[in-house]
Structure formats: C-alpha cells, structure tokens
Design a protein around this ligand. Structure first.
Ligand SMILES: [Zn+2]
Length: 293
C-alpha cells in the first residue's frame, strides 16, 4: 500500500472548517489529527491531494495493510453482513420490496448476501479491481464509479456504507447526496469506528482505527448523529455490534498467513467445527441507521 507520508504532518488548512458543524479545527491530543473546537469532530489532515487518495485504492488496497486477504475473509464478512441485514429487516418492513444501493461495495460480498432479501441490490466502488472481481466472482450489479458524480437514475429505499465513511475526504457531501438519493422513509445505514467508545479513549493514538490517511475522519455517535441531522436524516438505530469471525478464517490466518502451513490448513479446513463463529466485541465499532422523514 502506498501511504502518503509527505503530507501527513502538514497542518490543516486554516480555511477548512469542521465538516460536521462548521466550527474551527484545532490540533488534537492525537498526533497528526485535528479536533473541532465546537463539536469535537476529529479529522486527519485534509490537504491530501485527490491523486494521492486515489492511489491509495489501487489494486494493492484490498491486499494491503488493512485487509490481509479480503477474499479469504469472505465467510466472516458474510456472517456480519447477515446480522446487519436482519437489523435492516426490523427497521424496514417489506425489505423484500426495497431497492438497495451500496456505496463502497468492494468485492461484492454484501450485495450478493443481501440479494435474496431485497427487490434489487446494486453498488459502486472506487476500486476498479474490486468491482471487476465483484462482477466476475459474485455476479452482482457493481460499477466502478465515484458516488459524488454518480447518477442512480432513481431514488432508492436503502443506502448502505459499510466501513466506508472514515475513508472519505468529504463525508458531508456523501451524506447530503445520500439524503437526496433516498425515497421518503428510506434508510441510510452506516458502520464506522466510534472514537467516543471506551476502547478508543483508552487506546488513544494506539486505537486500531487510527489510520491516516486511509482513515480521514473519526466519528463518535454524537458527531455522526449531528452530521446526519444536519442533512435532515433522523437517527433511528445505534448499536455497537461485535465482529464475528468464522473459525475457518481464524484458522486460515493462523496457519496460512502466519504459519505458512497451507497443507495443514487444507487438511483441517473441512471439519465442521470450523463452521462455528467467534464473536469479539470491543464496542468500538458503531452501526448507525438514519431515516429520511
Ligand atoms: Zn464541529
């Protein structure tokens, strides 16, 4: 992964105001990050050039530091996606009649997982490589596009952004467009780290989600709710779900990625015991859903 260290320590532009409330950014207690003096929203240096950001999400991205092997994680991702879908089902009666759009669909696992639960699911991603694999391997309706210049062609019932908002330079513009792209009563569902959580506060600069410049913005329940409200979206659901991992992907990580024991992994992987899921919850990832009134 190419990390743009050259701009990491340069201060935020003086003219840059908080994307949540319009307040002024000041250096925060976290090195290299800035905090709004009014609402407390935390952002990385936003002076990073567009081209550098795009370079971050090239072919290497999903095989880089953040995702050791996204495809091998598929089973675990699906377990978590199924739980998120079940929440959407509770919040949106007749989800089966809904049209769902995903911003940041990556390899298409969520689109494939949600397909039987909705009338139509489609999505986009900024990574051309990921979209190609989503279409080819998962057979989903994915497109390589930038959301801010993307025309959905019609308003939709549900928009999802899984672990995406922290990567965006202008999450405010994404939320504004999503609010516009939703039908009345439509839902915007977001997951991201919660910097207001106990673990984040305890870990400080060592919190696992502190990762500029790939993670540019660090929301709390409060600042994310404020941003959504600013764009006339009502928060209807807030949770801190655990992250489940299929034991098989833990085994893959330990034996193949760490231990280089591919043969042992292949011998063991078929055992039904590895179909079990292990849920770890640090309560530092939030799942927030807002409704367009
Ligand atoms: Zn602010």
């Amino acid at each position: 992964m190419k990390v743009a260290t050259s701009t990491a320590n340069r201060p935020i532009d003086d003219t840059q105001n908080c994307l949540v409330c319009g307040g002024a950014y000041k250096p925060s207690h976290l090195p290299g990050l800035f905090k709004c003096s009014s609402c407390g929203f935390i952002s990385a240096n936003l002076q990073i050039p567009e081209a550098e950001l795009e370079a971050l999400y090239g072919t290497d991205y999903f095989h880089g530091q953040e995702y050791l092997d996204y495809a091998a994680e598929a089973e675990s991702l699906r377990v978590n996606f199924r739980r998120r879908i079940s929440t959407l089902n509770q919040l949106r009666p007749n989800l089966i009649e809904a049209e769902l759009f995903e911003i940041g669909c990556a390899y298409g696992y969520f689109l494939q997982e949600v397909a039987p639960s909705v009338r139509r699911a489609f999505g986009i991603d900024i990574s051309a490589d990921a979209v190609e694999r989503a279409i080819k391997d998962q057979n989903v309706a994915a497109e390589h596009a930038d959301y801010l210049s993307y025309d959905l062609g019609r308003k939709v019932d549900v928009i999802t952004m899984w672990d995406t908002i922290e990567h965006l330079k202008r999450p405010d513009l994404f939320v504004e467009k999503a609010a516009d792209d939703l039908k009345t009563g439509g839902l915007l569902a977001i997951t991201t780290g919660d910097i207001g959580s106990y673990v984040a506060r305890l870990r400080g600069k060592h919190w696992r989600m502190i990762h500029p410049p790939t993670h540019l913005h660090y929301f709390s329940v409060n600042t994310l709710s404020r941003l959504l409200k600013r764009h006339k979206l009502n928060v209807v659901y807030v949770a801190h779900p655990g992250n489940s991992r299929r034991l098989r992907s833990v085994l893959y990580f330990l034996l193949v990625l760490k231990g280089k024991q591919r043969r042992l992994y292949d011998a063991l992987r078929g055992s039904p015991v590895f179909n079990l899921d292990l849920t770890v919850n640090l309560f530092d990832i939030m799942y927030v859903v807002a409704r367009k009134p």
